[in-house]
Design a protein around this ligand. Structure first.
Ligand code: 6PG
Length: 228
């Protein structure tokens, strides 16, 4: 498996800034970026909008989505809208996963839109159980090699059906960036970034096949990883 570059910083704020710098760089260059949901990336999105308010050369995708309406606070689109889009001077194209639809239909529409697109950057979170996007431990979605996006059942809250991009799509990105902070992620981070590929730790299966993979961690999340 391709190596992971560890970027370990002192605080969650510094980790958010590291991720924001990479997002702003993508925005300036232009390209396709798949964004993460959950709570960790919120600050990174806020900082990215301050660092680079012009995202007119960007097309935004989502690594996964909860199957809820876009104005639902559990929606990953909702997170990106309030933390990033609302702060921009020039907006990107946004390819929202249609969480208000039936999961299978939303996955099919996402797959149709994503066909032929090469992702330049994928920002991913890490669950305490080792999941990333909505690829959960032991899920059949981990073995999907044909579809670009599939329906997934959650292994953690919020326990609503999901749509997730698949391992080959995420690993097809030129730049894969994980962002994880907090002691509760340390055990999963050690398995994900220092262990071998293991379906019990889905994040260990996602590496940029032809580009770079970086894990941005604060010291608490990196506690199980040896320095250097
Ligand atoms: C989601 C995310 C998911 C998230 C992890 C970590 O839809 O929930 O895409 O993969 O990144 O669950 O979530 P936190 O950042 O909230 O810890």
């Amino acid at each position: 498996m391709p190596a992971v570059q560890l970027v370990v910083v002192d605080s969650a704020e510094e980790a958010a800034h590291e991720a924001a710098e990479r997002l702003a760089r993508l925005a300036r260059a232009g390209g396709h970026v798949a964004l993460a949901g959950g709570s960790t990336p919120r600050r990174a999105y806020e900082l990215a909008a301050l660092l680079e308010p012009d995202w007119s050369r960007v097309e935004i995708w989502f690594g996964d989505e909860r199957c809820v309406p876009p104005d639902d606070p559990r929606s990953n689109y909702h997170l990106v809208r309030v933390a990033l889009l609302d702060g921009l001077a020039r907006l990107p194209v946004v390819h929202r996963i249609r969480g208000e639809l039936e999961p299978a239909e939303a996955a099919a529409l996402c797959e149709h839109a994503l066909a032929g697109v090469a992702l330049d950057l994928v920002l991913l979170g890490l669950g305490a159980d080792g999941h990333t996007a909505s690829l959960f431990p032991g899920s059949p979605a981990l073995d999907e090699r044909d579809h670009l996006a599939v329906e997934a059942q959650p292994g953690l809250d919020p326990r609503v059906p999901r749509v997730t991009l698949t391992v080959p799509v995420l690993s097809g990105a030129s730049e894969v960036v994980f962002l994880a902070v907090g002691a509760e992620k340390a055990e999963a981070a050690a398995r994900a970034f220092a262990g071998g590929p293991d379906s019990a730790t889905p994040a260990s299966l996602v590496r940029s096949a032809a580009g770079t993979t970086t894990a941005i961690l604060d010291r608490a999340a990196a506690a199980g990883l040896s320095p250097g």
